[in-house]
Write a protein that binds this ligand. Structure first.
Ligand code: HGY
Ligand code: MN
Ligand code: MN
Length: 420
C-alpha cells in the first residue's frame, strides 16, 4: 500500500511538472514575440526551446539528438539494442500568439513518462523515444507537418523556395541550422512499433461531458487554398457602380464560405483565416486581395464536395463583380484513423486511471499523428482544455487533468510492454 502511495504522488508530480514546463516555455526566450507565445520553425525561440528540452530529456535518462529537419529526439533504450521503437510525440512550434499547451504538452508528457520508467529502472522489449516535431503548424512557411512528414518519409512535396513574411526562404532558414531538404529523407524513421500522441482537445466535448480524457477515433482531412481576387484599385471618390472592389468581393466570398460550412454535415468546417489587402488605404478602392480558405471534414467525400461548392461560388462572385480569380491549393492532408488495437489498450489505460470509460472523439484539428499513421499504428489521447479554446493565448488546462494524462500514458506504455 505504501509503495502505491509513493508511486501515485510521484506520478502526480510528473503531471504538474509537465504543465509548469509548458508555462515556462510560453515566454521569451522560448517565444519570438515580446508578449505571449510565437515559436516558429527554425527561429531563435525554436533553438532556445530545443536546448531546454535537451536538458529535460537528459534528466529523464534519454540520449538526445536533433534530426535532419530539426526534430528533437530523446532515446531511452529497450532491453535489446535492436528493439523496435515506441514513439511518443507532438510538436514544439506554435501559431502566432498561440497557446502554451498545443503540441508542447504532448512532448512534456512523453518526457515525464520516460522519466518515470528511468527512475524505476524499467526497460521494455521496445525502446521509448520522445520526438518534438519542429514544424507542424506551418506558421512560418506555407509548409505544414514538415517534421512528421520527414519522419514518416513523406517529404516529396516540400518546396524549399517558399518564403516567410520577411522573404527568408525555407532553404536559407534550413541552411542557417546546417540543414537542407536534400537531407530530409534521412529523417525517415524505421523499426517503429507504434506512435502515441497526447494533445489538448481543442474542442469543448470533454468539458461538456465533465471528463478529463478522451480517446481519439480519427482525424479530419484538410484542404487549404490561397485565393487571389483582382479588381481595380481606384480613388475612393469613384462612383459605386463603376468599381471593381476586390475586398467587397472577398467579403461576399467569406460569408458564402461560412454559409457552406454551416449548411454541411456536422463534421464539415470551413474557415477564412487570413486576408491581405494589397496597398490598402482608407481612400483607395481595394484592387487586390489574397485570402486563405481551410476546409476540413472527417467523412470521406465531404471536404471534396465542400471544396467544389466553394470553388463554384468563388467563380460566380468573380464573374458577377468583374474581378479576376486565382485559386492555388497549398495543402491536401488526408485524414487518418487511429489503430483499433492500440485504442483498446489506451482505453483500458484511461479507465485504469480515471475509473470511467472515455468518450471516443473525432478531431477536426490536424495532428502529427495523422502523418505518423502512414508509418506505424498510431493512437491519440485527448486532454480536456478550458472552453475548448486553442490557438489563443487563453488556452488553459488544469493540473489534475494533466496528471490523469500522465498516469494514463505510463499505464498505456506498461500495458503495451505486457502485451508484447
Ligand atoms: O491546423 C491544424 O489543425 C493544426 O493545429 N496544425
Ligand atoms: Mn495547433
Ligand atoms: Mn497541435
Amino acid at each position: 500500500m505504501l509503495v502505491y502511495m509513493i508511486e501515485a504522488s510521484e506520478i502526480q508530480a510528473g503531471g504538474a511538472r509537465a504543465k509548469a514546463r509548458c508555462d515556462e516555455l510560453g515566454a521569451f526566450p522560448y517565444s519570438d514575440q515580446a508578449h505571449g507565445l510565437f515559436r516558429p520553425y527554425l527561429s531563435p525561440a525554436h533553438r532556445e526551446t530545443l536546448g531546454r528540452l535537451a536538458q529535460w530529456m537528459d534528466d529523464a535518462g534519454m540520449s538526445v539528438e536533433t534530426d535532419a529537419v530539426g526534430n528533437i529526439i530523446g532515446h531511452y533504450a529497450g532491453r535489446t539494442p535492436d528493439a523496435p521503437v515506441l514513439l511518443i510525440g507532438s510538436h514544439v512550434d506554435s501559431v502566432r500568439d498561440g497557446g502554451r499547451y498545443d503540441g508542447m504538452l504532448g512532448v512534456m508528457l512523453g518526457i515525464e513518462a520516460v522519466g518515470h520508467f528511468h527512475r524505476h529502472n524499467q526497460r521494455f522489449p521496445f525502446a521509448l523515444e520522445v520526438i518534438g516535431f519542429g514544424d507542424e503548424e506551418g506558421s512560418r512557411f506555407s509548409t505544414y507537418m514538415m517534421g512528421s512528414r520527414s519522419a514518416a518519409g513523406l517529404t516529396q512535396t516540400i518546396d524549399d523556395s517558399v518564403t516567410d513574411r520577411d522573404g527568408v526562404t525555407l532553404h536559407d532558414a534550413l541552411a542557417s541550422w546546417g540543414l537542407s531538404t536534400t537531407r530530409f529523407k534521412t529523417a525517415k524513421r524505421d523499426n517503429v512499433l507504434a506512435y502515441v500522441e497526447a494533445h489538448i482537445e481543442q474542442a469543448p466535448h470533454l468539458e461538456r461531458a465533465a471528463l478529463p480524457l478522451g480517446l481519439v477515433r480519427g482525424i479530419a482531412s484538410q484542404y487549404r487554398y490561397r485565393v487571389t481576387l483582382g479588381g481595380q484599385a481606384a480613388h475612393a471618390g469613384t462612383a459605386m457602380h463603376e468599381r471593381r472592389d476586390a475586398l467587397a468581393a472577398a467579403a461576399e466570398a467569406i460569408s458564402a464560405i461560412e454559409a457552406i460550412g454551416c449548411a454541411g454535415p456536422d463534421d464539415l468546417v470551413t474557415t477564412v483565416g487570413c486576408l491581405t489587402v494589397e496597398n490598402g488605404a482608407p481612400n483607395v478602392v481595394p484592387g487586390l486581395v489574397v485570402m486563405t480558405v481551410d476546409i476540413r471534414a472527417v467523412t470521406p467525400g465531404v471536404r471534396e464536395d465542400a471544396a467544389g461548392q466553394i470553388l463554384k461560388t468563388l467563380e460566380a462572385i468573380s464573374h458577377k463583380r468583374g474581378v479576376t480569380l486565382a485559386v492555388e491549393q497549398v495543402q491536401d492532408l488526408q485524414g487518418a484513423l487511429c489503430n483499433e488495437a492500440l485504442n483498446l489498450t489506451l482505453r483500458d489505460a484511461i479507465i485504469e486511471t480515471t475509473g470511467k470509460a472515455p468518450p471516443v472523439l473525432l478531431s477536426q484539428a490536424g495532428h502529427d499523428a495523422m502523418i505518423m499513421a502512414h508509418l506505424a499504428p498510431m493512437t491519440m489521447l485527448f486532454i480536456r482544455c478550458e472552453g475548448g479554446i486553442s490557438h489563443n493565448p487563453a488556452e488553459a488546462v488544469n493540473s489534475e487533468d494533466v496528471e490523469a494524462a500522465h498516469r494514463t500514458l505510463v499505464n498505456f506504455i506498461t500495458r503495451v510492454g505486457e502485451e508484447r
